[in-house]
Design a protein around this ligand. Structure first.
Ligand code: NAD
Ligand code: ZN
Length: 357
């Protein structure tokens, strides 16, 4: 079966295009009493940028705390807040921030029209009702969350996305000026997420001409950004993230992402840095990718905090293996249909022991 996947229908790109947000949203403010919910990374709460977010008096702005990556519990709390704010549903949910904030916006837009807890929908195509109109506006580039059909959440017993066609944003606003002030180390960790998406897609067994075309372009943009220090690098990084996301949309990620989900679930390690710490140990699977990744880190003077992960107990490693093992498509993409024989539980555990040091 071929995948019939949905992509974002409306994309605006360019320096300063964020200023068009108000007019884009005005078309959706059709009926009296309609309001928008703006979910904004709270890193901007004390920043000049907040004055550029043009709220109407009827709108609701929620500053979100992404110190911890999104959880199903947090999504359920945000959903309750919006339900308490008004008897009616909002006309739109706008997420402004990095991958975490965009994922929270996607999840909120889904949960406002679907019953129960967001934890009930972690998996593939479990969502029954269309989401509220939702807009993604990245302030960090690399995750591809702006273009993907998932919102990655830590739930009570697993880290797994709500994957569905309804998850995909209706509109994205790609303004390279918004990523210009991200801290240098965060920019690299999130940028390396994109680089790793490309490596895992391009070396995977699910690769086809579609995913290869997007993946090749994205990886070459990553090289221009992270090895050549191109002056247009914010524009290029934003496009790399978008193309990298499209590449994995019709292929998959691989070993690094499967393992990093387990790390993140048990230790709360952030996605970007967790991927980097993991990828560094995967020379056996991605020899050229790991080599080039190290060059990129060196070029930017980023020392991987290799010994930063805490000591873990046996049952915690077992839990990491549980979380990684359920990500079957990732392993199959990386290692082929025979992946269960190639990568038995003991081998996954040994990989974790290497990463944890
Ligand atoms: P993030 O959103 O977690 O943000 C990281 C830090 O950077 C935060 O402290 C945030 O406040 C800060 N920040 C964001 N933009 C900033 C800016 N312009 N200036 C200053 N600080 C800024 O980081 P991320 O790497 O973009 O996202 C990681 C999240 O994305 C994880 O939760 C991961 O699971 C998720 N993810 C989702 C997908 C998807 O397809 N949905 C794919 C990959 C990763
Ligand atoms: Zn990723």
């Amino acid at each position: 079966m071929f995948r019939n996947f949905k992509t974002v229908p409306y994309v605006i790109f360019g320096r300063g295009c964020f200023n068009q947000l108000d007019s884009i949203l005005s078309e959706k403010r059709s009926h009296p009493g309609s309001f928008m919910v703006f979910l904004v990374d709270d890193v901007f709460s004390e920043n000049r940028f907040k004055d550029r977010i043009l709220l109407k008096p009827e709108d609701l702005q929620l500053w979100v705390d992404v110190e911890e990556e999104p959880t199903t519990e947090y999504v359920d709390q945000l959903t309750e807040l919006v339900r308490d704010f008004s008897d009616g549903l909002p006309s739109g949910v706008i997420g402004i921030g990095g991958g975490s904030t965009m994922d929270l916006a996607k999840a909120l837009s889904l949960m406002l029209t679907n019953p129960g807890s967001s934890a009930d929908y972690q998996g593939w195509d479990l969502i029954g009702n269309p989401a509220i109109y939702h807009v993604g506006i990245p302030t960090l580039s690399g995750t591809g969350a702006e273009v993907s059909r998932t919102t990655v959440l830590c739930g009570p017993d697993k880290k797994l996305g709500i994957n569905s066609d309804y998850t995909v944003f209706d509109q994205i606003v790609l303004d390279p000026e918004l990523i210009a002030d991200a801290p240098a180390d965060q920019r690299i960790y999130t940028g390396m997420d994109c680089y790793i998406h490309c490596v895992e897609s391009l070396t995977g067994t699910y690769l086809n001409a579609f995913s290869e075309s997007y993946g090749e372009k994205a990886i070459s943009l990553c090289r221009e950004v992270f090895l050549d220090r191109d002056p247009e690098s914010d524009d290029k990084l934003m496009m790399a993230s978008y193309f990298g996301g499209l590449s994995i949309a019709c292929s998959q990620v691989g070993v690094c992402h499967a393992l990093s989900y387990g790390l993140s679930f048990v230790l709360g390690t952030h996605h970007g840095i967790g991927n980097c710490l993991t990828f560094d140990h995967l020379k056996e699977y991605y020899p050229q990718g790991v080599e080039e990744f190290r060059q990129m880190m060196d070029k930017h003077g980023i020392e991987l905090p290799r010994n930063s992960l805490p000591a873990v107990e046996e049952h915690e490693i077992e839990k990491m293996v549980d979380v990684a093992s359920i990500l079957e498509p990732l392993w199959e993409n990386a290692l082929g249909p025979d992946w269960k024989r190639i990568m038995p539980r003991e081998k996954i555990k040994a990989l974790y022991q290497g990463i944890l040091g």
